[in-house]
Design a protein around this ligand. Structure first.
Ligand code: PHE
Length: 358
């Protein structure tokens, strides 16, 4: 039997037994109260409200219909009063029930907000990236701008404009990976010297980090892709002294002020004179050890004064402008800094390796 009918029936029985109107309403109130006491959730209370106070189909609306409208005239004021009173008391009871639910919810939230959450590992910068940023910031402080360039280059920018004679064995020596005739993966970041000088006027101070490619078999010290930073400055009256001073300062900022540098004569087609800069070995402090093969020094970068032919290729007047340039391998510097003995570790993305640099 539906609850409405039960209520109705209970009321009819009461009426037959000679109950008063007051007793009828108080019996309604009892039924409501029993149902309210059994309502334990927000959903239950919503159902209860609709059932009793619903405007159209609510039970109170029904009693209004059946009793008030059909009651004899003299009873109507009494019934109207009781009807209003019970409606109010239901509303108060429902509001109270809601409030109690709110309080219970607050006291015992469905989740315990005091429990620690699941651990989320925080990502970190790759050791190569950290090294690049550190080097860039040292040169930024000296007024160098940072630029990047294409990894797919033309023969012209990678070699020709950099004063490599086209039949020169250096083209082979650089283990070039060609994509098609005259198009290649850059073997060094030096082509960016040309691209930047071509599109701008001196004075220039630039730092260019990036990937470079050479036809090498991967092993603990070689990778067909690795990273370089190119640096160069072009202005009036730039001398080899500026180059030495700048690079010595850089090495001391990167490795510590106790480090010493030395410059050895070398050769690059795009610089004249050319040099290689060594820094004292950190392993032995310059005394000689296995790392530096007992020399006390470790090779760090190639450098030199920009060759007049390179300046001419970008239509600068070598009589008016001079420049110095340098190029260094980032991977080797990062490996020394973090004592990584296999270059492949830098590229494998092994989370166990990378986690150490958090
Ligand atoms: N590009 C040269 C290399 O890859 C390095 C270099 C750059 C040397 C600039 C001198 C000046 O070996």
């Amino acid at each position: 039997m539906a609850i409405e009918d039960q209520v109705q029936q209970a009321l009819s029985e009461l009426l037959e037994a000679g109950a008063t109107i007051e007793e009828l309403y108080s019996s309604l109130g009892d039924t409501f109260e029993r149902e309210r006491a059994a309502s334990g959730s927000y959903e239950d209370i919503k159902v209860l409200r609709d059932r009793w106070l619903g405007r159209k189909n609510g039970l109170l609306a029904a009693t209004n219909q059946h009793w008030l409208k059909k009651a004899p005239r003299e009873l109507k004021p009494k019934i109207g009063q009781l009807q209003n009173k019970i409606k109010q008391s239901f509303e108060v009871a429902l509001a109270k029930a809601l409030k109690e639910l709110d309080e219970r919810q607050l006291a015992h939230p469905p989740i315990d907000v005091t429990l620690p959450g699941p651990e989320r590992r925080i990502g970190a910068k790759h050791p190569l990236q950290v090294t690049v940023e550190e080097i860039c910031s040292i040169f930024s402080a000296l007024g160098f701008s940072i630029a990047e360039g294409p990894e797919i280059e033309t023969f012209y920018y990678n070699f020709e404009a950099l004063n490599f004679p086209s039949d020169h064995p250096a083209v082979d020596e650089m283990d070039t990976l060609f994509i098609e005739d005259k198009v290649l993966l850059r073997t060094h970041t030096s082509p960016m010297q040309i691209r930047i000088m071509e599109s701008q006027k001196p004075p220039l101070r630039y730092l260019v980090p990036g990937k470079v490619y050479r036809h090498d078999t991967a092993d603990a010290t070689h990778s067909p892709m690795f990273h370089q930073i190119e640096g160069f400055a072009v202005d009036k009256n730039i001398t080899f002294g500026d180059l030495k001073g700048t690079l010595d300062h850089f090495a001391k900022r990167l490795f510590g002020s106790s480090i010493k540098t030395r410059f050895r004569a070398s050769f690059f087609p795009f610089t004249e004179p050319s040099a290689e800069m060594d820094v004292t070995c950190q392993g032995c402090g310059g005394g000689g050890c296995r790392v530096c093969k007992q020399t006390g020094f470790i090779e760090m970068l190639g450098c030199g004064m920009i060759d007049p032919n390179v300046l001419k290729a970008v239509k600068y007047d070598p009589e008016q402008y001079q420049g110095f340039a340098f190029g260094l391998g980032i991977d080797r510097i990062a490996m020394r800094k973090y004592e990584i003995n296999d270059i492949q570790l830098l590229y494998q993305g092994d989370i166990r390796f990378l986690r150490q640099f958090r």
